[in-house]
Design a protein around this ligand. Structure first.
Ligand code: ARG
Ligand code: ASP
Length: 719
């Protein structure tokens, strides 16, 4: 008993807000964290970082594309982010003749910078707390399903109302957004400016920007030069505008100075960016649910899928290229789930959350707030009751919807049928064209029906093994009725007979299209059945959502009241945050210590010309051998590559600027170690590290490797 208590106390002490924990909101920085940051080494004042009335460092930090961060590094709109964040743009401009993925790309003049339709860069102009405003509106508006308080469409409607239509009309590219924090206990409004002419300036070859690929993903020590360079353009008045030749480089409010001073263990470091999602306010039951359902299903199903995929990839080099990106996407979340479960068990995350709940219960008894204890009881009940539905939903998502590629076939056959049966020839051609386009969406150059067929067999068999027959989509009963329960025979039949099963089948259908064929097409029937099942499960789970959201809101409210002014931070929600800590190595296991800085020596150690993940380009080897590192070298002459820090980051922080005590750029964040991904639930001071490409490596590559040193002229480089 006593021993258990001691263990519990030691666990708690480890987790009571440590200096490095937290994704902090900028308007609260001064009040919550500035003193601690300065004690750790920060040389700046809060207004240097964030100021509501004048420009500050935060004005150089942007949302890059859908889910990454970027930073402005020159007065002419030059932007840095990760190679993996710009990957699809680099891929889009690549062809066999100009393979920028393989060889890298460098615009040697402004005219050579490449436009990227659809890519945007967003600045945060203004951040305001609007909790009272939102709560007032919530009290007045009708709310049929009780979810307005978290609904982004409702909240963004309120944001528009607050600023007025004319404000938005008079300010091109400007939008407003209200986001919920702390489960809807607090609200902030963000005024954002979005630029849509963003051009690719440069990228290293994948053998540098993606060095170590999947094997090294989520791994420290790391040797990846994960960066790419873009430029933001605006119209001649500096306003956001769609791509036009007459656009000019943006003159930003603020850009970051770059430091060549480098980092040493224990140096102060801070990161600003847009972390996507964390679950710090999970209850202990949700921690168990995450481990036993979400993560477990993901790990198990992806293991099977990746094994089947890899077998095909190793057999055929063409398949290897086709599936390398899909394989990488699959392993990224898979490895994350493994790290997450490791942390939940080894770092006792269930117990940590349980202890916090118990503290709240004791406090609420004392304070006569029975609602907090009752919220917890309801949450426990809800998690228990949604168990089976959640398992079915995760199985359906992982094994079928993400697992099998052909479930992207078009299913709106009534419309297609009508058109195909119509006597109007031009309409018929048009519909056939649409069908072809829909088909192309998954039948692109990276699709192999053979691979999909093989994986579909594995996925469907496992789904059928784990989900009771009565809970499977009704259509699946044909497997028993017509194929004696053989999934293999069923899937063969699906591919052999569906018009989408092969190029040959599709051409045959085109020659004599008929509505009848579409109506009994097995891929369409299968896909329809799966989507119906998805909708059913989503609907049933949604019944739990409103109840969950309300109780979660109450639970977090209780925690906020109990901890009062003790600094606390809300879960990540893709809003601008700051995290700070120290450059620091760690001990992953007994007797092992990982240092905080890697060098080009490590790249050469990992070199393997026979493994595409670890090929070192000849030019880099040459520079290594002649030691042409110039001003970018470490004092001992070696070339720095990456470093790690105790900062609290998550997905979405990729591309984020890493700043030193003076607020100068020392690196670009791009990953975490797998031992630290549990930090999404509970920060792990001894294990969690952000993985950062050293800015000296970035400049060295631009300057010495690519010979694009003219770019350095527009940067402010501090030696
Ligand atoms: N793990 C990093 C993140 O979550 C990098 C992913 C890109 N790299 C890769 N090999 N898949 O985004
Ligand atoms: N690699 C992640 C990203 O792309 C960062 C992380 O998960 O730490 O945002």
């Amino acid at each position: 008993m006593k021993k258990a208590l001691l263990i519990l106390i030691s666990i708690l002490l480890t987790y009571i807000v440590k200096a490095d924990e937290g994704m902090w909101l900028l308007p609260l920085l001064k009040q919550q964290k500035l003193a601690e940051m300065q004690a750790l080494g920060l040389k700046l004042q809060d207004y240097d970082i964030y100021s509501p009335d004048s420009s500050a460092l935060k004005d150089a930090v942007v949302i890059f594309g859908g889910g990454c961060t970027g930073e402005i590094v020159s007065s002419e709109g030059l932007l840095l982010t990760n190679h993996h964040c710009g990957y699809s743009q680099i891929q889009m401009h690549s062809s066999v003749e100009n393979d920028y993925l393989t060889n890298g790309f460098w615009a040697m003049t402004r005219e050579q910078e490449l436009p990227n339709p659809g890519l945007t860069v967003t600045f945060i102009d203004k951040i305001e707390e609007v909790t009272d405003y939102v709560k007032q509106a919530l009290g007045k508006d009708d709310d049929p399903d009780g979810m307005n308080f978290l609904s982004s469409s409702y909240l963004n409607g309120l944001a528009k109302k607050r600023v007025g239509e004319s404000f938005l009309q008079n300010n091109p590219g400007v939008s407003v957004e209200i986001k919920a924090f702390y489960g809807g206990n607090v609200y902030y409004m963000f005024t954002k400016k979005t630029y849509s002419d963003v051009r690719l300036v440069g990228a290293p070859p994948s053998s540098i920007g993606k060095f170590g690929a999947d094997t090294d993903n989520w791994i420290w020590p790391r040797h990846t030069g994960d960066f790419s360079v873009f430029r933001v353009y605006a119209d001649v008045n500096g306003h956001p505008a769609d791509y036009s030749e007459s656009n000019v480089p943006l003159r930003p409010k603020r850009w970051l100075k770059i430091s060549l001073k480098g980092v040493r263990e224990n140096d102060f470091a801070m990161i600003m960016g847009f972390p996507g999602r964390t679950n710090k306010y999970y209850t202990s039951w949700e921690v168990a649910e995450r481990r036993d359902i979400d993560n477990s299903v993901r790990i198990h199903i992806r293991e099977l899928r990746q094994k089947a995929m890899l077998e095909e990839m190793l057999k055929d080099p063409a398949v290897r290229i086709q599936y390398s990106s899909k394989y990488a996407g699959s392993t990224n979340a898979y490895k994350n789930a493994i790290g997450s479960n490791w942390a939940i068990d080894k770092q006792h995350l269930e117990e940590v959350k349980k202890a916090e709940q118990d503290r709240l219960i004791a406090w609420s008894k004392q304070q006569n707030h029975p609602e907090y204890e009752s919220a917890l009881l309801t949450l426990e009940q809800l998690v228990y009751e949604r168990k089976e539905l959640r398992f079915r939903s995760w199985m359906l998502d992982e094994a079928i919807l993400r697992g099998i590629e052909f479930v992207k076939v078009p299913t709106d056959i009534t419309r297609l049928c009508d058109a195909l049966c119509s006597t109007d020839k031009s309409d018929k051609d048009h519909q056939m064209h649409l069908l072809e386009l829909a088909c192309l969406r998954f039948w692109d150059k990276n699709y192999s029906p053979q691979v999909d067929r093989k994986i579909a067999k594995v996925m469907l068999a496992e789904y059928r093994r784990q989900i009771p027959a009565v809970s499977q989509p009704a259509y699946f009963s044909v497997i028993d009725k017509r194929f004696k329960g053989s999934v293999d025979r069923f899937i063969d039949y699906v591919f052999d007979t569906s018009i989408f099963g092969s190029e040959k089948n599709f051409q045959k259908f085109k020659a004599s299209p008929s509505a009848k064929k579409l109506k009994k097409d097995p891929m369409i029937l299968f896909t329809e059945a799966v989507h119906k099942e998805k909708a059913l499960l989503a609907g049933e789970l949604a019944d739990f959502d409103a109840g969950y959201a309300i109780e979660h809101h109450t639970y977090v409210e209780g925690l906020l009241r109990m901890y009062k002014d003790k600094a606390n931070f809300p879960d990540a929600n893709s809003s601008l945050r700051l995290t700070y800590g120290q450059v620091k190595g760690y001990s992953p296991k007994d007797a092992v210590y990982y240092e905080c800085q890697t060098t080009l020596d490590g790249v050469m150690e990992k070199e393997d010309p026979n493994n595409w993940e670890f090929v070192v380009p000849a030019r880099l080897k040459e520079l290594y051998e002649t030691k042409e590192f110039g001003r970018y070298a470490l004092p001992d002459g070696r070339m720095p590559v990456a470093f790690c820090a105790t900062t609290h980051t998550t997905g979405g922080n990729s591309g984020s600027p890493v700043l030193n005590a003076e607020g100068e750029l020392i690196g670009i964040n791009f990953d975490r170690n797998w031992e630290g991904v549990g930090g999404d639930i509970q920060y792990l001071p001894d294990y969690q590290r952000s993985i950062i490409v050293d800015i000296r490596y970035v400049l060295f590559l631009i300057d010495k490797y690519a010979g694009a040193d003219y770019l350095l002229n527009e940067m402010e480089i501090m030696e």
